[in-house]
Design a protein around this ligand. Sequence first.
Ligand SMILES: [Mg+2]
Length: 423
Amino acid sequence: MVALVDCNNFYASCERVFQPALMGRPIVVLSNNDGCVIARSNEAKALGVAMGAPWFKVSRRFQALGVQVFSSNYALYGDLSRRVMQVLARFSPRLEVYSIDECFLDLSSWRGDRTALGAEIVHTVQQWTGLPVSVGLAPTKTLAKVANRMAKAGHGAGGAVLDWTQWPAQRETLAALPVEDVWGVSTRWGARLRQMGIATALALAEANPTRLRKVFSVVLERTARELAGQSCLPLELVPPSQRQIMVSRSFGQRLTQREELEAALTAFAMRAGEKLRRQRLRTRVVSVFVHTSPFDRAASHYANAATLVLEHPTRDSGRLVRSALQGLGRIFRPGLAYQRAGVLLPDLAPEQVEQGVLFSSAPGDNARSDRLMDCLDALNRSPARRAVGYASELQGHAWRMRQRHKSPASLSNWHDLPIVHAR
Ligand SMILES: [Mg+2]
């Protein structure tokens, strides 16, 4: 048995944790640079706010209806996510954190009442983190997804828990579920399945698995078998190690000066270095890219990248920054309005592996560099408030994101701690 625990309207619910006055009120959360709607509370959905709607087009109408708007606050969401997963780990030692707000739990060794356990999970997460979750219980991950969906729609016990094995309307539910809404079925596959007369989850569950493997792939065959109740997708208890690291942003405004781009790339290279060290990896290649917006009509579109291969794999932010700025020197063209840039580390190796280089001129990372990086990471532990950086980052701030409606980083910045007044 598997449980899928999914936070309800996660980003919107996070915003409510420290502002309980927002309970029951419509909330939307915007993408980076306050562009589009990326999350909505149930109340906002009911008002007709569309997912992905460009906010500048619809803000006047919905704010008049009382919709509260927030810039995305990933420091807050990431912290709350970690706390939810910590609570869930108490219920089963075997769990797969599937996304920022979803987690599969292995309940195969649980002998008691499953619905009661689900209700206890919902209650505990709510009590300890302030976040509402729904629980879908089923013999396979794909069916747990379906059960969770039904629980969210209010069909479960107490509106939040649904056990598929106890659900009397299994066939009707699968027959009413469009095939492209099944977990793991892409829109492209959905269109082809429909051409073959397979339009619902039920039709997919009853399709010939061997034929599905031949026409599509073994992945879709497994999905179909899982819908029929046969478990084919084990929990991934250990996340697969990362193959590449990318840090990139669209700027809050267009950048024209080289110094401004240098400041942005310095910040990105530092961030990439932190990610590298947290995962105990080194990189041998540093790639930087810049581009203008394809929608700016004034000038022709420019996009370019530069890749530098280092003599020794490194985890040193200083080296990454120098390489990034050197790369920028190759691709920067004056007189253009840059919209986006990024740093990509495409070739990662475990920290302890280092291939020796014959006739090397440049030294690799040494004990001193390692100590310096450990010190840097300790000083910059909180991403919300950086203590130490590289000076080239100070050459400009225009690249920073527009976040006009951002809530405080209540969990990761001392200055943003909520204050409680008692009388
Ligand atoms: Mg969710």
